[in-house]
Ligand binder design. Structure first.
Ligand code: DC
Length: 232
């Protein structure tokens, strides 16, 4: 069945600027912004809270039970875990790392995919992540893949973490980003990759406003799929 409004998918590697751009685009179009990374990060917090053992057997079944009992949802742009706002906690590098590990597992991916499909089923969303255009909404009306050189992404990430006074050096950030790229791109299930029909935007030399403007122009030129969009 046709959705009343379009789904806009934005995928790309860590710290390519996806969140800022997706939020800006959602505001410009009057859409809801959904960060799927925040959902994986909330699952990581749940795993820590329930002292999930990643080593012992039966991990997939235990993960499924854990997620079936967890409530992960958005309240505006705040990510809620079991009714508690965890928007701040999810920003810690250790949570991002655990989220990346958990996201390689089938029980986690299936749960998140189904949840994300329900959240976006009526459209009017800008959904940002790694596999939105490939696995979650392969039929999204608009797909973008946002990339940038790894050093540029590391510089952005380092500035963000330094502002939060996280004790980490630039070289450590660069190293972590490289490892995360390898894991996100190399995993067997729904790896990070550009969908064949996604528009590639290289943000190495662009700021967020420039990227949002490019996306808005491409959407405006999008014919039928772009109908009904509010344009500022
Ligand atoms: O976008 P982020 O850094 O907040 O995401 C954290 C991790 O979650 C990322 O390393 C991989 C995983 N993730 C995913 O597998 N699929 C998504 N759609 C979004 C995030």
């Amino acid at each position: 069945m046709k959705r009343p409004r379009p789904v806009i998918a934005i995928d790309g590697p860590v710290s390519a600027g996806k969140s800022t751009v997706a939020r800006g685009l959602a505001h410009a179009l009057g859409f809801v912004y959904l960060s799927t990374g925040a959902m994986y990060r909330a699952a990581a917090i749940k795993a820590l809270e329930t002292k999930l053992d990643l080593q012992s057997g039966d991990l997939e079944a235990r993960l499924k039970r854990m997620l079936d009992r967890a409530q992960i949802r958005f309240d505006g742009e705040r990510i809620m875990l079991d009714g508690r706002d965890v928007s701040r906690e999810i920003g810690a590098p250790a949570i991002g790392d655990l989220a990346s590990r958990l996201s390689t597992l089938a029980a986690v991916r299936t749960h998140m995919r189904d949840l994300q499909r329900r959240m976006g089923e009526r459209g009017g969303v800008v959904m940002e992540g790694r596999d939105i255009g490939t696995a979650v909404f392969p039929d999204a009306e608009f797909k973008f893949f946002l990339d940038a050189e790894v050093e540029v992404r590391a510089r952005r990430r380092y500035a963000e973490l330094a502002a939060k006074q996280e004790p980490i050096t630039f070289d450590e950030v660069l190293q972590q980003l490289r490892e995360r790229d390898v894991r996100d791109r190399g995993r067997a299930l729904a790896p990070l990759k550009r969908a064949d029909d996604a528009v590639l935007i290289d943000a190495t030399n662009l700021d967020a406003d420039q990227v949002v403007n490019q996306m808005k122009s491409l959407i405006a030129a999008g014919g039928n799929a772009g109908k009904g969009l509010k344009r500022n």
